[in-house]
Design a protein around this ligand. Structure first.
Ligand code: GLN
Length: 568
């Protein structure tokens, strides 16, 4: 009902959560801005592997909230989990800092520290993210739940203010050029300030939580969970039989090996190359756990027909938005590589660092979040608000349009032409419009459609669908064809890369080794049996995936609306 109006006062606790989340997202998005560039330029992992690792890392960050939510509900409560998560993320950033500090003296051990840092961040995010969002919800007693939409709009702004600040400052100090060459030693400063931001966010939460993060009676929110059995009703708790848990365990294994086979072509483990490990272990874990958990919930005998149908709506929507996030999360990988290697980033005479181009998402969210929530309110007041699945279908279609426009602008670039930065800015603008149709709405839809006892688990399924989107983003980012810089570099080494990719010439072993050492791909990548030979085809993959998903979701949305039985 409410948008951000001065008269609708929000509890002070919202501002504590806002600032905490703002600094946490500063830490996360600051790191994300330089992550793939660091992997390519310092750790020498190659663009394709960097995209795969980036996708796997983000995906795990959205799998662990299930664990963080579970531990909070059962043992630690929201508050401790936020502090634990924040501290872990800060430690993770300092490990990345250390890796970036030492990579040129000991590459292999730096890589190990880098993996460890990412793993610590994965768990930190899992403890932090679900708990901070659920605390926003618990600040408002039942009679004030109408303020929730506006509370989440404000919270979403906090997320993106943090994101855009970091995407300004981190690139400025960490993505720098010295003597016309990238300074590969500067990345460490990015991780360092990301870590400091996380410490700051955690401290803000620790100091202000007792005073402000309280209910209207002044009692602290998010403390330790209820201990006494008497206080927990059947309504609060999800229970599963041993038989269904065992069945799901077996299903998980079957799915895991099936996905593994499709992803890397083997059931067993013979290839230990990093990209293959991520594609063959992490991605299958994400896909299989999403499906298994979804089915486990449906096996509950006490579900009524209406509850089951509502849950099915959550699942169907979760499936379609996978394609949205897969396109969206090109930001930190392929789009950053394109910004780096084949874009004219001159803005009024100033050369923008490539990792800063990601900032436009945050800028546009901050500009558009409030107008968007006002538009939805207005439409709702007139009884014309589209049902949530239809809004999400719009989100997907706008994403398809965004990639369609950029695809047409790269069509005639060839191997040496530069893309004007305005096209990337337009892409981010449209992506953001799509995001605002799809992301905040999804979160509240899950809340409204879930039976109470399954709320956390269904949020888990929903987050895993984001994770699946990121895993797919990794797979898709990795098919990015050779950008302009690779052709130039190959030419310097005396090889016409286009001829190599077109299989017009065969390289000597020496030449092949030389190109590989310089991280230049020797053949085009394929997706679903199609070889991707240029940027136009690469972008069209997203047009097709998001376009088809959007059209189907729009077509079935009247049916989904019925299955929601008056909710959402
Ligand atoms: N940008 C938002 C955030 O970081 C949403 C990301 C998502 O839901 N996958 O919280």
């Amino acid at each position: 009902m409410n948008t951000v109006q001065p008269q609708s006062k929000h509890p002070k606790g919202l501002w504590v959560l806002f600032s905490t989340e703002m600094w946490e997202r500063f830490n996360f998005y600051g790191m994300r801005a330089i992550l793939t560039l660091f992997m390519v330029n310092s750790l020498m992992l190659g663009e394709s592997n960097a995209s795969i690792i980036y996708g796997g890392f983000l995906a795990l960050c959205y799998l662990t909230p299930l664990l963080g939510g579970f531990i909070a509900d059962k043992y630690l409560g929201n508050r401790y989990c936020i502090i634990l998560g924040g501290s872990l993320m800060a430690i993770g950033q300092f490990l990345l800092f250390y890796s970036a500090l030492t990579f040129d003296s000991s590459l292999e051990s730096s890589k190990m520290i880098f993996w460890l840092g990412l793993l610590v961040i994965v768990f930190g995010n899992g403890f932090f993210k679900p708990n901070i969002s659920s605390m926003v919800g618990s600040l408002y007693p039942a009679e004030e739940k109408t303020k929730l939409d506006s509370a989440f709009t404000i919270f979403y702004m906090g997320i993106n203010i943090g994101a855009l600040l970091s995407q300004y400052f981190v690139p400025l100090i960490a993505d720098v050029v010295v003597d016309e060459k990238r300074d590969v030693h500067a990345f460490k400063w990015g991780y360092l300030i990301a870590g400091i931001a996380m410490v700051l966010g955690t401290l803000i939460f620790m100091f202000f939580k007792n005073k402000y993060v309280v209910d209207p009676q002044g009692n602290p929110i998010g403390g330790l969970p209820k201990k006494s059995k008497l206080e927990i009703t059947d309504e609060d708790q999800a229970k599963f039989t041993t038989a269904s848990l065992t069945g799901i365990g077996v299903l998980f294994l079957v799915l895991f090996f099936t996905f593994r086979y499709f992803s890397v072509g083997e059931f067993g483990f013979s290839n230990f190359e990093i990209g293959t490990l991520v594609k063959g272990i992490i991605y299958p874990i994400i896909y299989s756990s999403g499906i298994s958990l979804a089915l486990l919930i449906l096996m509950d005998k006490k579900l009524t027909k209406i509850e089951t149908q509502r849950i099915l709506v959550i699942y169907i929507v979760s499936f379609f938005i996978i394609f949205f996030w897969a396109a969206f999360e090109q930001a930190g990988s392929s789009l950053t590589f394109i910004a780096d290697n084949q874009t004219d980033r001159n803005i009024f005479g100033w050369e923008m660092p490539p990792s800063m181009v990601q900032i436009f998402n945050g800028i546009f969210v901050v500009m558009l979040a409030v107008p968007f929530s006002m538009i939805w309110d207005k439409l709702r007041a007139n009884g014309k608000e589209p049902a949530s699945p239809l809004k999400q279908a719009f989100g997907l279609l706008i994403m398809a349009l965004a990639y369609f426009i950029i695809a047409h602008n790269v069509k005639d670039l060839g191997n040496s032409g530069l893309l004007a930065i305005k096209w990337l800015i337009l892409l981010y603008f449209l992506q953001t419009v799509g995001e605002l149709c799809l992301s905040p709405i999804g979160l509240s839809l899950v809340g409204k459609l879930s039976p109470k006892r399954f709320a956390s688990l269904l949020y888990g399924v929903f987050f895993i669908s984001n994770a699946a989107g990121y895993a797919l983003a990794g797979t898709l980012g990795a098919i990015l064809p050779a950008t302009g810089d690779k052709h130039k570099k190959a030419e310097e080494l005396g090889v016409n890369l286009q001829d190599v990719l077109d299989k017009k010439v065969t390289l000597t072993t020496q030449q092949a080794e030389l190109l590989s050492k310089n991280q230049i791909p020797l053949e085009n990548h394929s997706f679903a049996g199609f070889e991707i030979t240029n940027l136009y085809e690469f972008f069209m993959v997203f047009v097709i995936l998001c376009g088809i998903a959007g059209v189907i979701l729009a077509l079935i949305s009247p049916k989904l609306k019925k299955m929601m039985h008056g909710v959402g």
